[in-house]
Design a binder for this molecule. Structure first.
Ligand code: TXA
Ligand code: MG
Length: 313
């Protein structure tokens, strides 16, 4: 298959309308879209990404009018989060409409929905005329793409089209919160922090890996965000070992002697750069990447979650 790259949202949306799959930018990471009602197109996403079939997809909308096509009812907690955080990097999980094919949600009776807050993204979504499901546009297990070039690196020849846009602003995937039960449960951390959610609904809890009585996010158990290089988390930058084929990223500076190093101004910049940095390490044949830890607050929680997963074998 030839992958068309374009800057024209009309051209990209035309592929969605005839059952194709299209990569597009959002404020978080690049996604890979298919018509939410088209089972065959959705199957192409799983195939292109080599994504495990038990990992559900997030539906993307440009306007709240599309919500009723996706979910059976909007719970009180969901409504509050919508009022406060839509459009934005927050995905809410609700009971799905029967019309949505089961492969979109990996057999679950719920669906995650989010409304990206980038104008260019919503223009594309509007032109698609249907909601689209879209996972991150990477080969499963690799760092999520934050540039269209990173999408091309993973998926050239495997997808119909890439809608070229700017590098993404946030750089980490959306926060996922289950709103089907009595209390909202955060399934994946993102730039909307648990404190942000608690400022609206104080009872909101975070899922913890070892509880079995709360809903879980199937995707979180899979290997994720992993470069070929080994990732080692250090709290003190001085513990990073320099050398040929070693790399460092963090807030504090380190002496020269690393093949690549990146010093970030703040945690937001670190979050924005981490996935592209890990990809660059692979391009340069780096063996070990030292990543400085950050404090567990705000987007730091999400960044630490991704670093921990990247460091697991
Ligand atoms: O920022 C984002 O969310 C990006 C952009 C493209 O919007 N998308 C993204 O999708 O990160 P993906 O497929 O890489 O991650 C989806 C996550 C997975 O952890 C999945 O398990 C969880 O959301 N998820 C999706 N639907 C769910 C559901 N019905 N119940 C529980 N978890 C769900
Ligand atoms: Mg992903």
């Amino acid at each position: 298959m030839k992958t068309v790259t374009t800057t024209l949202p009309e051209e990209a949306a035309a592929f969605i309308k005839c059952g194709g799959i299209v990569a597009f930018g959002t404020e978080t990471v690049y996604g890979l879209a298919a018509n939410v009602f088209d089972e065959v197109a959705i199957a192409k996403i799983f195939e292109a990404k080599q994504r495990p079939a038990d990992n559900p997809l997030i539906a993307h909308i440009y306007d709240l009018v599309q919500l009723n096509d996706l979910v059976t009812n909007v719970t009180e907690s969901a409504q509050k989060f919508i009022d406060n955080f839509f459009p934005g990097p927050l995905t809410i999980v609700l009971k799905k409409q029967d019309r949505i094919p089961m492969n979109a949600t990996a057999g679950l009776d719920t669906i995650g929905v989010r409304m990206p807050n980038l104008d260019s993204t919503r223009r594309f979504l509007r032109l698609c005329e249907v909601p689209v499901v879209a996972p991150s546009a990477n080969i499963s297990g690799r760092p999520s793409p934050t540039t269209w070039q990173a999408v091309l690196e993973d998926l050239d020849g495997r997808i119909d089209c890439i809608l070229k846009g700017d590098p993404t602003q946030i750089g980490l995937e959306s926060t996922v919160v289950d709103c089907t039960g009595k209390v909202p449960v955060v399934l994946r951390s993102g730039s909307v922090s648990i404190d942000d959610l608690r400022s609206v609904i104080p009872e909101t809890i975070a899922v913890s890996g070892d509880t079995s009585d709360v809903p879980s996010s199937p995707g979180m158990k899979h290997k994720h965000y992993s470069p070929v290089a080994r990732v080692i988390i250090v709290s003190d930058a001085a513990d990073a070992i320099s050398g040929h084929r070693n790399a460092y990223i963090g807030i504090d500076d380190v002496p020269d002697g690393f093949s690549i190093k990146m010093i970030c101004r703040d945690v937001a910049e670190y979050a924005r750069e981490i996935f592209e940095f890990l990809r660059e390490c692979d391009r340069k044949g780096i063996r070990t990447v030292y990543c400085q830890s950050v404090s567990d607050a705000g987007i730091g929680t999400a960044l630490m979650d991704r670093l921990r997963r990247a460091s697991e074998d």
